[in-house]
Design a protein around this ligand. Structure first.
Ligand code: GDP
Length: 304
């Protein structure tokens, strides 16, 4: 929690100082409520979520006849936490299954637009799973970005996971297929597949990502489709999420670069508008900078 608090310092200064300053000032007039609303909007909570949170705040503050800044802080904490899904707490455990008496690895597809932190997230997730005692195979199916396979290879060596990669410009689905096959043959616990992040057209994406999933499903069940979103892109990230969730059943969001933005509020919007839980958050570039998303701790870190 201390680490999360430190990493979220940019978001915290938005919420923590301006919001708590306002709420702690006693009875709020309409101008002050407007300022509260603005603080939430600036932090990227979006119009719908902001309206809902302000309404709840107003109700709760008057219902409980809140007078002190400490009480106001507690109400704010409760209201914000309650508007986040807790489905992320269990995060990604990637448990293998038994199929016809044979062990089958859990399969996780990692999707997202290039540059969001997809490959890094795949590597960090491997690190988490390996440190929990799981054996992991990584599939470098992002064959579009030339350096992605090398980058994943480095992660594999760093964290102790084997890496399956194709030849240059290989079909992403073929690489994904081979990675799952390797996972099954080696009796691995999990196969994590870094998919190509081209978002040229929706049909192109659908063809590519849809094909990866279909091909993987010839051999194993896809347990998770994690969509990686860059928190610093705000509304743009939300637009990406809409496109991806039309193309594939996204089971969880990984929100990266929360360490580098004052807009941590995008978490609220993503959950509300897409109905998909944020499961993991990226808090830096290092191997240990991936954390399960836990609403209470997240809100505490925001409020400081
Ligand atoms: P991809 O194209 O989506 O696979 O993106 P990469 O995994 O190559 O990441 C793009 C850049 O973002 C790299 O420089 C990463 O180190 C960086 N990055 C990824 N996740 C995070 C994060 O949580 N915080 C920060 N600060 N940087 C990140």
């Amino acid at each position: 929690l201390e680490r999360l608090r430190g990493r979220l310092s940019k978001s915290r200064s938005m919420f923590g100082q301006s919001l708590l300053g306002l709420l702690g000032a006693g009875d709020l007039d309409e101008d002050s409520w407007q300022d509260v609303e603005d603080s939430l909007l600036i932090a990227d909570l979006g119009a719908a979520t902001t309206t809902q949170i302000v309404e709840r705040l107003r109700d709760e503050l008057s219902r409980r006849a809140v007078r002190t800044p400490a009480e106001a802080r507690e109400v704010l904490r409760e209201v914000l936490t309650a508007s986040l899904s807790t489905d992320g707490i269990r995060a990604v455990r990637a448990l293998p299954h038994e199929v016809d008496g044979q062990k089958q690895p859990a399969v996780v597809l990692v999707a997202g637009v290039n540059g969001t932190g997809k490959t890094t997230t795949t590597g960090k997730l491997a690190r988490v799973l390996v440190s929990q005692g799981s054996t992991v195979v990584l599939g470098a199916a992002d064959t579009f970005r030339a350096a992605a396979a090398d980058q994943l290879q480095t992660w594999g060596e760093r964290v102790g996971a084997s890496v399956v990669r194709g030849k240059e410009a290989a079909d992403p689905a073929a690489v994904a297929f081979d990675a799952v096959k390797r996972g099954i043959d080696e009796g691995a616990d999990a196969v994590l597949i870094d998919t190509a992040g081209r978002l040229h057209t929706k049909t192109g994406l659908m063809d590519e990502l849809g094909k990866v999933k279909r091909v993987v499903e010839k051999q194993a069940k896809v347990d998770e489709v994690l969509l990686v979103l860059d928190a610093t892109t705000g509304q743009n990230g939300l637009a990406q999420a809409r496109v991806f969730s039309e193309v594939i059943d996204v089971t969880g969001i990984v929100l990266t670069k929360l360490d580098g933005t004052a807009k941590g509020g995008i978490v609220f919007q993503v959950q509300k508008e897409l109905g998909v839980p944020v499961k993991l958050v990226g808090l830096g570039e290092g191997p240990d900078d991936l954390a399960p998303f836990e609403p209470g701790a997240f809100v505490d870190a925001l409020l400081g």
